[in-house]
Design a protein around this ligand. Structure first.
Ligand code: MTE
Length: 303
């Protein structure tokens, strides 16, 4: 609980967002019901840096959630139709306790922390997002991982009645993603259930979505309904759509360009006329924490 993450922020640095400051009041209300026990515990130091979290509006009005359309404002406009209660997550494959886990039961068993992470989309834009959530490793422990497991596959809900975008064959629905087991077990990998201390909005992947801060945003799969432990590398949606452009690993890497654009820099969302481009950092700034995962791997070949 006393873990402090470099590259995250201190609470007091998040001064420009009233909703964030109000989150402490929320703890007596609805958010407490969701078990925001350890809120703030994961927020650490921004060693030598001064990251500014994006506004709640930036984070919830500029989205990619193709099940609701491909425009950046489509998710905010259309994702309200998604029914998120009740919600269950099927956990199966190489686990001791496979089954349907109710969202409320998961939340009760988990410690919800705040994690302020950089978020870098493969399209070369970025934000800084104060998530609330729990470590995926804790959820996998709940289901009892078996020693033969090597990968984790995740799947988004597929609800044609509620998701206007799935009428179009933009991707092969449902949206699926996957991680190597050591990536999934890394303490930086979380399942997010909130933003700025509020329940995560539908457009950001309610009621729970993956967040892997050192990988391009498309790995961070939304509205997860199924998690499967496997011993073979699972298929992933963007890789299936275009394997030449989107690899399984998708680690943020300023030295490996997308075939159609540079990944050396990124456009910071927000700031209006003052929006800026900044250099992209290796592994999105989390090199110290996660580079060891790829010590024996050619990151150019395994993009
Ligand atoms: N998950 C699903 N199910 N469908 C999607 O279209 N888009 C991905 C990822 N997860 C997507 C998804 C992409 S490309 C990005 S950049 C992030 O979600 C965007 O997350 P945000 O809208 O919360 O910023």
């Amino acid at each position: 609980m006393a873990m402090r993450w470099k590259n995250t922020l201190k609470d007091h640095q998040v001064t420009d967002e009233a909703a964030f400051l109000n989150r402490r009041q929320l703890m007596g209300g609805a958010a407490a019901g969701l078990g925001l026990a350890g809120i703030g515990a994961g927020a650490g130091f921004a060693a030598g840096e001064d990251l500014t979290p994006n506004s709640y509006e930036d984070i919830t009005q500029y989205n990619n959630y193709y099940e609701f359309g491909t425009g950046k404002d489509d998710p905010a406009r259309y994702a309200g139709t998604l029914t998120t209660q009740p919600w269950t997550v099927q956990i199966d494959g190489l686990v001791d306790r496979p089954g349907e886990y109710a969202f409320e039961d998961i939340i009760k068993a988990m410690t919800i922390e705040e994690r302020i992470y950089r978020f870098r989309c493969v399209e070369a834009w970025s934000m800084v997002i104060p998530w609330n959530g729990f470590e995926l490793a804790d959820l996998l422990a709940m289901a009892g991982m078996q020693s033969s497991a090597k990968y984790v596959a995740l799947e988004t809900a597929l609800r044609p009645d509620e998701m206007p975008g799935v009428a179009f064959p933009v991707l092969d629905w449902p949206y699926v993603e996957g991680l190597r087991l050591d990536e999934a077990m890394h303490p930086l990998t979380i399942m997010a259930t909130g933003i700025y201390g509020k329940d995560i909005p539908n457009q950001n992947g309610a009621p729970l979505r993956l967040v892997v801060p050192w990988k391009y945003g498309y790995k961070s799969i939304k509205s997860v309904v199924r998690i499967t432990l496997t011993d073979t590398q699972p298929p992933t949606s963007w890789n299936k759509a275009n394997a030449r452009e989107y690899g399984f690993y998708s680690n943020v890497n300023p030295q490996v360009n997308h075939p159609r654009w540079s990944q050396a820099s990124e456009r910071v969302i927000g700031g209006g006329l003052f929006s800026k481009r900044i250099p992209t950092l290796m592994l999105n700034g989390y090199e110290e924490e996660v580079a060891a995962l790829y010590a024996d791997m050619d990151m150019r070949a395994n993009f």
